[in-house]
Each structure stands twice: as C-alpha cells, then as structure tokens.
Design a protein around this ligand. Structure first.
Ligand SMILES: Cc1cc2nc3c(=O)[nH]c(=O)nc-3n(C[C@H](O)[C@H](O)[C@H](O)COP(=O)(O)O)c2cc1C
Length: 727
C-alpha cells in the first residue's frame, strides 16, 4: 500500500522533471554510439612511450593527450597561436580529423545536469535522480506483487493498454533506470564533495634541469612501463618551463616523471572512490560501451512513455473509484461492503451494491478490504474481491487474509463475490481463498461464493437476483459500466443461416465508421447497446481486424434475448451503436509457431478472423464442430477458400446432428491426438472459443494429450500458449 502511494505521488510530482532528464538523456546517449564508430583500434600492448613518440611527430605542439572511454585518442595542441583538438590514429599518430566532443548543443548537457540553473539546478537534478531511484524500486515491488512474484514476472501481461505498456516497458527497463539513477546520485555526491575521489593535494614535484635537452619519450621510465591502452590523460611538459614534468593519469593511478632525467618522481594509486566513480560514469553515460549506450538510450526514451501511461493509469483508477454518498460510520452500519481492487473497476460494482442497499433502507459502510473489521451491529458483510498475479490479492489487500484471521467470527453473515478472468489459470483465486478462510473460521455464509468473469454486468445482475431471494426483498442493483465512446456502425451485408435446432444465426458485416473506432483485432469484442437497454452492453467476438476494413460478428438468435433478436432484425443500411472492448487474453502473438484453433458453433467467429488475417501463412489447424453442414456451417465457404489460399493448413470439421458427421469437436481432437501432440511439441499455441461445456470436453482431451508429454493444461496456460474465449 505504502509503495503504491509513494510510486503514484512521486511519479506525478517528480515525473515532469524526470521527463526532461529522459529526453535529454536519450539525446546524450547517442554520443557514445557516434564515438564508437569514430574510434580507431589500438594494439593491446603498444607502449605509451611509442604512442607519444608518434604523436609528437605528427602534432609537434601537442600539450595533452586524452584517451576517451570510446577508444578515441584526442590530442590538444597549441600551434600558431591557435588551440586545436584532433583525433589521431594510435597505429601511426596520423591525424584523423578535428575532434568535436558532441554534436549536440552544449545546453542539452547542461539541461540534463543542471536544468540550466547551476547549483540549484544541480541539486534539483540530484533530487529527481533520487525520486527516480525510489520510483524504480517501488515500481519493481509493485510489479512483483502484480505478477505474483519473480516467477510470474516474465508471464503475459494483461490489463488496459496503458497498464500493459507501463508494465511491459517497466519490467524490461526498471533495472537500467535504477542503475542510471544510482550512478547519477553517486556522481552528484562527488560534485558536492560529499565523496572525496582523490587527495586534494598533489605531490610537490619538479624536473631538475641537467643542462642537456629534455629526454625523448622512450627514455622516460613511466611512459615505457605503461600501455597506451590504459591511458586516460597525459600532460606533456611545457617546453619553456624547465621545472615542468610529465604527468600521466590511468585508471590505476597517476604519476609524474622528470623530463631531463626520465625517472618517476611520484605515483599515486587511484582510490576506491575514484574507481567507483569511473564505473558510475561508464554506466551512466555508456561512454566506451556502445551496446550499453543503446540500452541507456532506450531506457531514457521510455521515461516519457512511463510518465504518460502512469498518468493515464492514475486517471483511470481515479475515475473508476466512486464517491460514495452517505457512507454510514462503521460501528453503526448493518451492512458492510469490503472491496479489493487493483484497477478500480470493482469499486463500480461496490457502488451499485452500496446504493441499492441504501435504497432498501440499510445503513451501509463501504471501504477497502484491508480495513476489515466487523463490529457487532453488522448483520451482513459483502466482500467484492478482484484477483491478480497467480491468484493473488490486489496489492492493497495483501494482508487482508491475515487480518480476517485475527478477528473471531461475529453473528454477521458474509457473502464473497469474486471478480476475475477465466483466461487466468487461477480464476478468482483470491475470492476462493477468502471464502475458504472465512468458512474455516466459522463465519456464517449469506450466500455461496459467486465469480464474475470480465466484469460482466449480466453476471452481476444475476448475483443481485440471487441476493434478492436471500434477503427476501428486491435489491435494486443499477450497475452502470463506464462505457467507452460509441461509434455508429452501418450494416453492409448479412449472411443468414437457418441453424440446426430452430436457432438461426447471422454473420453481420458493418462498415468501418467515420468516427474513430479504437484499434481492434480478431478476437477482441464488439460491445453493442440494444435499443432500450442503454447501460448494459452485450459483447460479441470480432471475426475481423481493423485492417480488413470492416467489422464482422456472428450472432446466434437466442429466443427471449434482447440483443440477438435486435441484431437479427437489422437490414442492410441500418445502423447500430457499438464500441470496441479489447480482449488481450485472446490475441495471437505474431510468431511463426503453429496454431491449433478449436471452436464450435458461433465460437468459430474469432478463429475465422485469425485465419483471415493469416497472410503470412503461419501453420494453422482448425478443429470446428457444428451440427449440420447445410444449416449452421458458419464461414464454411470462406474457410475452404482460405485453405486454398494457404491461410489455413488443415480444416477438421464435425457435424454432430448428421449421420457419419464425426460427433463433436472434442471427438475430432481425440482422433487427432497424435498430430496435436506433435504440434504442441513444436511449441504450438492453442485457442479455444465456444460454449463452456464444449471447452470443458476439449480441455479434458488436451490434458490427456499433454499428460503423455509429462505436461498439463495449467502448464500450457502459464506459458501463455493456451487461451479461451467462452460464453
Ligand atoms: C495483471 C493482471 C492479472 C490478473 N490475474 C488474474 C488472475 O490470476 N485470476 C483472475 O481470475 N483474474 C485475474 N485478472 C483479472 C482481474 O481480476 C479482473 O479484470 C478484475 O475484474 C479487475 O478488477 P479491478 O479493476 O477492480 O482490479 C488479472 C488482471 C490483470 C490486469
């Protein structure tokens, strides 16, 4: 909880300044890449004396030689009253060209280091680096909680687009950002002299004139003993100052030598602090390690993305957290609602329940689950709990189970309502754990545990009806999902199917609307608002992606339903209100792995969409069960065409109501166990779409196949290779 608070507020406050560091850091990280291209190779055992000899030959006025971390040798000279800096080739001392420290204007570096404000700016930059370090550490802790520990860290990321972007880039980059911030802090500490890098005083040394001319470099002991490769900086003695000395700086230390007698006058080894500084500089700038500079560049460039997606996440969570009206004090309430939510959507359901119970005359207190306490006045307790990671609670409710365990049961009756997603191996795992723990401790159930899939308003309404029965009074639940912006879709064409059991179906193709419609792919959901029911959308799996240029769904007529009869009544040219709801758990990644698609009835729609979009001819195998090939073989003609075009490698159909039709789709899976096993061994992905009973039977068959391989369906899910979309 505390980490979430710190991460959120620090991100919001320090984020804007971090943005400046991120953008300038991205630009600065390009320098090491340019330098790496310019560096000429150095022989590994070239004596420093030889290098100096070569350089003196080509740059007679040389005063200082610098060996940059990138490998470039730069010679600073003063010739004809003009200071110059040139790059030289260590192989022969030849001048390669003028040296320019950076192509960027100097103010970019100053902006990065000081926000263009000297010391106050330097202090601000150091504070922002500290904030970034805390943000990285808190981000990592939140990530670990969210993904269910280190093991889950590499797992598939789900959630809204900003959440996925934030988490995906976060898990790659958080360590680099932490390192960049820590190294920046170390360098700032040395700038403010909180760390002493080397002794303040230099040794009192001077050359002793012998009456002879100065010795050539190859007679200077220090230059002979050092390798050019280890050089950081060399100052040559000034010709008109007989007391001046040679001065050499390397990573190991610095030394002074007499220009007339050649002997070493003093040697000071580098301090530990200096060596650490050198490392910090390398890790922070990437100078001398171009591959690292690439990572630095990418991680700095990701800061604006973090900032923006973090801001969106904060805004979304804020918007979805209701402002509860008339929250009774805890001790006076007869009904308590406890909420465990990460993304905020569960709060919307809690608000609906809160309002309904209030309308029924109850005294209601609604709060977060970590505040669990049930005073004696409470008669009914409701826990609305979402699940994250591998069946884990949302971050703020980590200690809820412990807290619940610490209080003995009262006379209150408790109902647990789980919120989750069936795509995850542990569907509503946290709600299950809560239910189990409460019952074990002797809390009385108000009603059995219910689990809501993908925030379904319909399932919530069903739970509300069950609650009405238990309370003996209608519970006026008015849940209003926050609906995205609607687009008006015009029907282009329809393909009607009579259906096998008096249940006709239709494939509806709509034109892409003029208003912007969110990006979508086959497998995402189209939310439709039937007229007269403006708050509860119905969702249909999309059989097309945006690139197809139309929006296509397959709808079976449900008698007594609201939305499907409405959709069936549409004529060409009619319009309907709709929006896209991403279904990230049911996408296909862009790899070349084979794909086994298994579907029945109208569940074939998203699978047909995957096949339609398979222009790269990835091996796809479809197992498709319907009842009658003449009455409900949806996409039948298209599937055959796609097979001819190479989009679909194999089509296996079963028609359950036809003699010799092959039974159900699971029978086809069973018959083809050998082939499916081979595909799974090759890393195949599996996507299943259709009814729950069908999926159950298919899963049994898949589990048997996987068991022969020493694996399980849970293993396939954990590896992101199995996903289902069921209704
Ligand atoms: C990263 C992530 C992990 C999730 N893990 C699970 C899980 O293990 N089991 C499950 O049933 N649902 C899981 N879900 C689905 C959420 O529990 C579900 O969307 C819930 O309605 C979110 O409620 P909230 O917005 O109040 O946090 C996960 C969702 C995300 C984004």
């Amino acid at each position: 909880m505390i980490w979430r608070f710190v991460h959120r507020w620090l991100g919001l406050v320090a984020g804007t300044l971090a943005l400046v560091l991120g953008i300038t850091g991205t630009m600065l990280a390009l320098d090491p890449l340019r330098n790496a291209v310019q560096a000429a190779p150095t022989e590994s055992d070239l004596p420093l004396a030889t290098l100096v000899e070569r350089i003196k030959g080509t740059v007679p006025g040389a005063e200082e030689i610098r060996h940059l971390p990138s490998g470039i040798f730069v010679v600073y000279a003063f010739e004809d009253g003009q200071a110059q800096a040139v790059r030289v080739d260590p192989a022969d001392g030849k001048i390669l060209g003028d040296y320019q420290a950076s192509l960027l204007p100097r103010w970019v570096k100053n902006l990065h280091r000081t926000f263009l404000m000297d010391d106050p700016g330097r202090i601000t930059a150091a504070m922002v680096a500290l904030a970034m370090l805390v943000l990285s550490v808190s981000g990592l802790l939140l990530l670990l909680r969210r993904m269910g520990g280190w093991r889950g860290l590499a797992g598939p990321v789900r959630g809204t687009l900003p959440q996925r972007l934030h988490v995906l880039s976060g898990r790659v980059i958080v360590l680099i950002l932490a390192l960049s911030s820590a190294t920046a802090l170390y360098m700032s500490a040395s700038t403010f002299e909180l760390i002493t890098l080397s002794p303040d005083t230099e040794p009192e040394v001077s050359s002793q004139a012998t009456g002879q001319p100065p010795l050539p470099p190859d007679q200077i002991e220090l230059l002979r003993s050092l390798r050019a490769q280890d050089l950081e900086r060399l100052n040559l003695p000034t010709p008109d100052d007989p007391q001046d000395t040679w001065r050499v700086v390397t990573a190991q230390g610095q030394g002074w030598a007499d220009q007339y007698r050649g002997q070493t006058l003093a040697w000071e080894a580098s301090t530990q602090a200096q060596r650490l500084y050198d490392w910090a500089l390398l890790l922070h700038t990437g100078e001398g390690a171009w591959l690292w500079a690439v990572f630095l560049c990418l991680s700095a460039a990701s800061i604006p993305l973090f900032w923006y997606t973090g801001l969106l996440m904060w805004w979304q969570a804020r918007r979805s957290r209701p402002r509860l009206k008339g929250n009774s004090p805890l001790t006076q309430a007869d009904s308590l609602i406890f909420v465990a939510s990460e993304g905020g959507s569960t709060w919307g359901f809690a608000q609906a329940l809160h309002d309904a119970l209030k309308a029924m005359g109850r005294q209601v207190h609604t709060t977060s689950l970590e505040n669990w306490r049930v005073p004696p006045a409470a008669r009914h307790v409701y826990i609305l709990a979402a699940t994250y990671g591998e069946g884990q609670p949302p971050a703020h409710a980590q200690k809820a189970l412990k807290r619940i365990a610490s209080q003995p049961p009262t006379d209150a009756q408790v109902a647990v309502l789980g919120f989750g997603d069936r795509q995850f191996p542990d569907f509503c795992g946290f709600a299950n754990a809560l239910e189990h723990s409460l019952r074990e401790r002797g809390w009385q159930p108000l009603m059995a545990l219910e689990r809501i899939h993908q925030q379904s308003p319909q399932e919530f309404a069903r739970w509300g009806r069950a609650l009405s029965d238990v309370l003996g009074q209608p519970v006026p639940l008015a849940y209003q999902p926050r609906l995205p912006r609607m687009a008006s879709l015009t029907l282009l064409s329809r393909q009607d199917f009579p259906g096998a059991a008096g249940q006709p179906a239709v494939i509806l193709r709509f034109a892409l609307p003029d208003q912007p419609l969110a990006r979508f792919a086959a497998g995402d959901l189209l939310g439709i608002l039937p007229p007269g029911e403006q708050s509860v959308p119905r969702y249909y799996s999309l059989a097309s992606g945006k690139q197809d240029g139309f929006v296509e769904i397959c709808v079976r007529h449900t008698s007594g339903g609201v939305c499907s009869p409405y959709l069936h009544s549409l004529h060409i040219g009619d319009t309907t209100q709709a929006f896209i709801r991403p279904n990230p758990g049911f996408t296909l990644t862009g790899s070349r792995r084979p794909v086994v698609l298994i579907g029945a009835g109208t569940g074939v729609a998203p699978l047909a969409g995957f096949i339609r979009d398979n222009t790269r001819h990835r091996p796809m195998y479809l197992y498709y069960g319907t009842r009658d090939c003449k009455r409900d073989f949806y996409f039948g003609k298209e599937l055959k065409d796609w097979q001819t075009q190479g989009h679909l490698r194999e089509l296996h159909t079963t028609f359950s109501r036809m003699p010799d039709g092959g039974g159900y789709v699971q029978n086809a899976v069973q018959r083809d166990a050998q082939q499916i096993r081979t595909l799974l061994e090759k890393g195949a992905l599996v996507r299943v779409c259709g009814s729950r009973p069908m999926a159950q039977a298919v899963k049994q068959e898949l589990d048997t196949i996987l068991m022969d391989m020493g694996k399980s369906l849970a293993w396939l899910k954990e590896n992101g290779r199995y996903a289902e979309d069921l209704f």
